[in-house]
Design a protein around this ligand. Sequence first.
Ligand SMILES: Cc1cc2nc3c(=O)[nH]c(=O)nc-3n(C[C@H](O)[C@H](O)[C@H](O)COP(=O)(O)OP(=O)(O)OC[C@H]3O[C@@H](n4cnc5c(N)ncnc54)[C@H](O)[C@@H]3O)c2cc1C
Length: 417
Amino acid sequence: MGFSGWRVLKEGLTGNKGWQPHWRDATPKSEYDVVIIGGGGHGLSTAYYLAKNHGITNVAVLEKGYLGGGNVGRNTTIVRANYFLPGNSEFYSHSLKLWENLEQDLNYNVMLSQRGQIMLFHSDGQRDAMARRGNAIRNQGDDAEILSVGALKRMLPYLDYEQTRFPIYGGLMQRRAGTARHDAVAWGYARGASERGVDLIQNCEVTGIDREGGRVTGVQTTRGAIRAKKVAIIVAGRSSQVAAMAGMRLPIESHVLQAFVTEGLKPVIDHVVSFGMGHFYISQSDKGGLVFGGDLDMYASYAQRGNLPIVEHVMEAGMTLMPMIGKAKLLRSWGGIMDMSPDGSPIIDKTDTEGLFLNCGWCYGGFKAVPGSGYSTAHLIATETHHAPAARYRLDRFRTGRGLMDEEGTGSQHNLH
Ligand SMILES: Cc1cc2nc3c(=O)[nH]c(=O)nc-3n(C[C@H](O)[C@H](O)[C@H](O)COP(=O)(O)OP(=O)(O)OC[C@H]3O[C@@H](n4cnc5c(N)ncnc54)[C@H](O)[C@@H]3O)c2cc1C
């Protein structure tokens, strides 16, 4: 079923009776060529690109809850390609290019809004660092520009520029950055994969990974055993637990990240604004809610809910940056489980078990990676070779120390982010 303006018009005139479910709710078969564990953004996009780019359609995505119920439906939807380090910059650059054609590719409105993202800086030293980052981004072929404090005041008049702790000196802007509707991204990839023959199986938790003679042979699930030639673990915050089923101990820590939304307001914030010094970032949704977040809850946890000290920390940072936010009523808050890697960069790799693949370590930045990650993971599964933009996302960098990409400059202590 295709979407078009004509279709919307026709359905509107005929009582909206012709719409179909967007994907088949499949029952598991006994065997697949590829089983993907995890129906989040990365699992679904991997299934889609396996089918679309490589013609591999005998694929099942096994999701323990419902599709899109994990982080892909819980994030603050920021999409950007302004990473600094080689290894990350080419990957996110590729991903942003996929975003820019995603709606046409999926025939699905993911509401990509390239409204621009601004990272604020608060000292001369930070300005230098941002200029260097901007130059690296431009060398990569993406856009970045330094904004003076005067330009910022015209663009973001609601900020408190003179705050004594972190007076604002300017910002680094990427105009092609922005937001997208997170649920629609999951649904669009699910629909695209299902249309191409992939089985999407909900309420199906993987409880074991079967191996024989150093090879993966299938998975045990709450809906029975499923044999598979290849298995990919793509479960974000649950990566360590699922990898342990194959005898692996991952260098991943799981932490909760919270987000918040206010009641709907008239348009006031036209961009995505990041206040790194205070651990705060904000945008405004199309419904008018101010969507914002901050730092991780500072201890490891698998609980998909947040704690009050971080709520206070985020509210304080918001009030520091834009005191007018104190007038808005907070509507909801929620949390998701982040798969934090020691260098803040992800893993897309084979494992020591033949046929078993791993995709994880997205920390709090994996939504923007959904298209690029699925594309590169599908390439790895199909061809057994690394896709160039993701070639540095090797697992063994944590064993050897070679190839680490400490994007945040904070090392493995996640409470220093
Ligand atoms: C509050 C918040 C704000 C964020 N903001 C941003 C942002 O602005 N920009 C950005 O780029 N990123 C952001 N992120 C990060 C981003 O959402 C994640 O990095 C990304 O969604 C993780 O990949 P995923 O979508 O595949 O994860 P998920 O959606 O969590 O998918 C993993 C799936 O695996 C399933 N699973 C787990 N164990 C099993 C099992 N045993 N069997 C079967 N299924 C299993 C889970 O149920 C889940 O559905 C944010 C995250 C949060 C929580």
